[in-house]
Write a protein that binds this ligand. Structure first.
Ligand SMILES: Cc1ncc(COP(=O)(O)O)c(C=O)c1O
Length: 425
């Protein structure tokens, strides 16, 4: 760690102080030979698990042919096949096109560029508690100031923020229908009083907040928003960077919630551990920028494309979608027992994307980030890697690989429960 402090910039955070030596499925081994159950999955990336053999084989196969070409110089089949697969899998029965980049933030940046090019409008509406990445537009649309925005002003113009339907903390109660109606009324007010709909290119929303604390938007709210966008010529962008690829039970959260976005941003789970991201959506919108307007040197790297095609194959033919669904079905019931701990204010999520929100007491709901830090540390010291989330830093999120075995899941959940017990004592 001393060498790390000396060589690497201070601005990169760590969940654990360990250095990884290897990983397999849902288990990591560190350089000292310790074994840890991984409920972080490389920050929501390794939905297929560490070193999935099919992904590793695809990477090996492609790396023996060519590592890089640049799609702008000599196109290659893997890029086109991956775009075609994403077009087929994304919700919506209309013609679609895709574009590949390297990271979630880059996908988000490009989705906004594409929406602006298509509509000829400048405005973008995002939401409270949102996280869309660390590049300038993505950071501007991200809500939380510390640590994501502090010292980095000025931010991009043309960005407006509406309330997110955070049921647990909604001032008039938690009923999803009422929250949806009231939250949508606030959205409409914003688009009456601060920017007119005909000046808005895009509305961008995470169907389930990721860094914001695993808060699912009620389906009714998303439906109202979707309809409003359709009626006002606004591009509806679903940021599925964290929710995509089986995390919520189905392949995408939008499909689970019955929502068809115009554009969808994907990254993280797409590459099975290789860096790749995508914007997928309506062909006429995706075709708005002129040739050369979007792209990049490394976007859709051939090795990453091969990995992503293997990931898709694992979901479609390798039974991983079934395992994701099984985990999504059993995890909420397993977690429900943790409600008995006074510090657990809320347990929520969509499918296997579940989290615990910790509070000082259940009645007052005051966020308890200190206990959250202690719980994560307690678990890590007993061989379980967990991550926090949330605007108030008081959410423990579960991001295990979707194919985790029952024994590993039991082991991890027992450590979590033991931690809550120890902290309650
Ligand atoms: C919803 C969402 N969008 C965008 C991003 C940014 O992705 P990346 O870190 O790959 O740039 C993240 C990362 O956590 C995310 O959760």
């Amino acid at each position: 760690m001393a060498e790390r402090q000396a060589a690497v910039a201070r601005g990169l955070f760590h969940v654990t102080p360990i250095f990884i030596a290897g990983g397999c499925g849902a288990v990591i081994e560190d350089v000292d030979g310790n074994r840890l159950i991984d409920f972080a999955a490389g920050l929501a990336v390794l939905n297929v698990g560490h070193l999935a053999p099919e992904v590793a084989e695809a990477v090996r196969g492609q790396s023996e042919k060519f590592l890089h070409a640049c799609f702008h110089v000599t196109p290659y089949e893997g890029y086109v096949r991956l775009c075609a697969a994403l077009n087929r899998l994304a919700p919506g029965g209309f013609p679609k096109k895709s574009f590949l980049a390297n990271s979630g933030a880059e996908a988000v940046e490009n989705a906004v560029k594409i929406a602006r090019a298509y509509t000829g409008r400048p405005g973008v509406v995002c939401f409270e508690h949102a996280f869309h990445g660390r590049t300038y537009m993505a950071m501007t649309m991200t809500a939380k100031e510390k640590p994501y925005k502090i010292g980095f002003a000025p931010f991009n113009p043309g960005v407006y923020r509406a309330p997110f339907p955070y049921c647990y903390r909604w001032p008039t109660g938690q009923d999803p229908l009422r929250v949806s109606r009231e939250c949508f009324a606030a959205f409409e007010r914003l688009l009456r009083e601060e920017i007119k709909p005909d000046q808005v290119a895009a509305v961008i929303i995470e169907p389930v907040l990721g860094e914001g604390g695993f808060v699912p938007a009620p389906a009714e709210f998303l439906r109202l928003l979707r309809t409003f966008c359709g009626e006002n010529g606004i591009v509806f962008i679903a940021d599925e960077v964290q929710t995509g690829f089986g995390r919520t039970g189905g392949l995408f959260a939008c499909s689970e919630l019955g929502i068809v976005p115009d554009l969808m941003t994907l990254a993280k789970g797409l590459g099975g551990g290789m860096p790749i991201s995508a914007v997928v959506g309506r062909a006429e919108i995706m075709d708005a920028p002129m040739a050369g307007g979007i792209g990049g040197t490394f976007g859709g790297n051939p090795v990453s494309c091969a990995a992503a095609l293997a990931v898709i194959d694992l979901f479609e033919s390798g039974g991983l979608l079934g395992r994701a669904r099984a985990l999504a079905d059993k995890l909420p019931a397993r977690l429900a027992a943790l409600r008995r701990f006074a510090k657990v204010g809320d347990i929520r999520g969509l499918g296997a994307m579940q989290a615990l929100e910790l509070v000082f007491d259940q009645a007052g709901k005051e966020p308890d980030p200190e206990t959250t830090v202690k719980l994560i540390r307690h678990c890590y010291e007993r061989g379980l890697i967990l991550m926090s989330a949330g605007t108030y830093g008081n959410v423990v999120r579960l991001l295990m690989p979707l194919g985790i075995s029952d024994a590993e899941l039991d082991e991890g959940l027992a450590v979590l429960e033991g931690g809550l017990k120890a902290l309650a004592a």
